[in-house]
Design a protein around this ligand. Structure first.
Ligand code: UT7
Length: 335
C-alpha cells in the first residue's frame, strides 16, 4: 500500500528464539585450554546456546522469532510488506529471507538478506525506517539471526568462547509523524580494518585447469580480539554522542543503553565513557554470548518481556563489529 510521504515508524512487537542446547564455560574448557574463571572475568559470558544437529538452520531460528513477534500482536503474516533478515550465517548465499517468508506464510512480503555482521540489526532497523518514512511500505519485519557456531574454529580459544546462536525479531509499522519512535541514527564503516574480524572466502589451492577460476568455500571466523575491543570502546561512544547531538538529546535523558552483546567489559567501558549509570545497561551476554545480528533484538525482547521498558523511555541502541561497521539508532519507546 502506497502511503503519503514522511510517515513516522513505530515498533509494534518484538520476539526472539534461542536453541535449547546450552554450552557452559566448563564444557568449553574440555575442548580448548581455558577456564570458566577466565571467560567470566574477560567477557562476562557464562554460557551460550547452540543449534546442534543437522535438522535446523538459521531459517528455523528466524522463523520462530518472527512467529513469536507476530503472535504477540495477533498479526496476520499477510500484512507484512517487507522482511529484512540481518544475518551473516545464511544457509543459502543467495539469501535466506525468502525461506523465512515461506515458513511464516508472509506471502505478500518481499524479502531480502542484509549482511552487516553484528551491526546487521541496527542497519536493518534503519533501512526499514526509510521505507516506512517515505511511504513505500506499511509493515516491516526486521530479523537478526545468526548461527555462528557453524563458522567457529572450535580449537581456537580466542573465538570459540565468545559466540552463541539465536534470533530476534521486531515488527515495525508506519505511523503518524507525532507517534514516531525511530528518532535518528548514525552509521559508520571503516573498511581499512576489515581483516580484524572476518569470515572470508577460502579459495581452492588450484584453479580450474581451463578457466583459471578459483572456487572454494569459507574460512572459519578470524578475529584480532584486542583490536576489535579497542575499536569498540573508542568508536562506539563517539558514534552515540554524535547521534545524541544530532537529536539534541542529553546523556541524562537516556533511559537504556542497549549495545551489541559482545563482551560485558565493552558494555561497561562504553557506559563509563559516556557517564551512563550501569543500571541503565541492558545485559544478557552472560546467558547467550555474542549472538551477532541477533544480540540486540534478543536483549530488546527480553527487556520488554521483563517489563523493564516504559512508555516514552529513550533507548540508545548500538551495534559494532565486522566491516568494521558500527552504528547507533535512538528510539523512544511507546507502549
Ligand atoms: O561481535 C564483534 C565484536 N567482537 C568483539 O567485540 C570481541 C572484542 N574482543 C574481546 O572481547 C577480547 O579481546 C577477548 C575476550 C576476545 C579477549 O580478551 P582480552 O582481555 O583482550 O585477552 P587477550 O587476547 O589480550 O589475551 C590475554 C591473555 C593471553 O595470554 P598472555 O599472552 O597474556 O600470556 C592469551 O593467550 O589471555 C590468553 N587467552 C586465554 N586464556 C584462557 C586468550 N584467550 C583465552 C582463553 N582462555 N579463551
Amino acid at each position: 500500500m502506497k502511503l503519503s510521504a514522511m510517515q513516522g515508524s513505530k515498533i509494534l512487537a518484538t520476539g526472539s528464539f534461542v536453541p535449547d542446547s546450552t554450552l557452559s564455560n566448563n564444557q568449553i574448557s574440555k575442548i580448548v585450554e581455558t577456564s570458566d574463571e577466565w571467560i567470566v572475568a574477560r567477557t562476562g559470558i557464562k554460557e551460550r546456546r547452540l543449534l546442534i544437529g543437522n535438522k535446523q538452520s538459521v531459517v528455523d531460528l528466524a522463523t520462530a522469532a518472527s512467529l513469536n513477534a507476530l503472535n504477540k500482536i495477533s498479526m496476520n503474516p499477510l500484512e507484512v510488506d517487507l522482511i529484512i533478515l540481518a544475518t551473516s550465517s545464511p544457509n543459502d548465499l543467495f539469501g535466506s529471507a525468502s525461506q523465512v517468508q515461506a515458513k511464516i506464510k508472509a506471502f505478500n512480503a518481499v524479502a531480502f538478506d542484509l549482511t552487516a555482521a553484528c551491526s546487521g540489526f541496527v542497519l536493518g532497523i534503519v533501512t526499514a525506517s526509510q521505507f516506512l518514512k517515505n511511504g513505500s511500505y506499511r509493515t516491516i519485519l526486521v530479523i537478526g539471526a545468526d548461527v555462528l557456531s557453524k563458522w567457529i574454529n572450535w580449537s581456537d580459544r580466542n573465538t570459540c568462547i565468545l559466540f552463541g546462536d539465536g534470533a530476534g525479531a521486531t515488527i515495525l509499522q508506519s505511523c503518524k509523524p507525532q507517534d514516531n519512535q525511530i528518532l535518528g541514527f548514525q552509521l559508520n564503516t571503516d573498511g581499512r580494518y576489515w581483516d580484524h574480524l572476518s569470515l572470508s572466502y577460502k579459495k581452492n589451492i588450484d584453479p580450474h585447469p581451463l578457466l583459471n577460476i578459483y572456487q572454494g568455500s569459507f574460512n572459519y571466523i578470524a578475529m584480532n580480539g584486542k583490536e576489535v575491543y579497542k575499536f569498540a570502546v573508542s568508536q562506539v561512544p563517539l558514534n552515540i554522542l554524535k547521534c545524541l547531538q544530532s537529536l539534541n538529546i542529553t546523556i541524562n535523558e537516556i533511559d537504556w543503553l542497549l549495545l551489541h552483546q559482545a563482551n560485558e567489559r565493552i558494555l561497561l567501558a562504553v557506559a563509563e565513557k559516556l557517564s551512563i549509570s550501569t543500571n541503565k545497561i541492558l545485559v544478557n551476554v552472560n546467558k547467550y554470548g555474542n549472538t551477532s545480528a541477533a544480540s540486540i533484538p534478543l536483549a530488546l525482547d527480553e527487556a520488554v518481556h521483563d517489563g523493564k521498558i516504559s512508555s516514552n523511555d529513550i533507548i540508545v541502541i548500538s551495534g559494532f563489529g565486522a566491516g568494521l561497521t558500527w552504528g547507533t539508532v535512538i528510539i523512544q519507546w511507546k507502549c
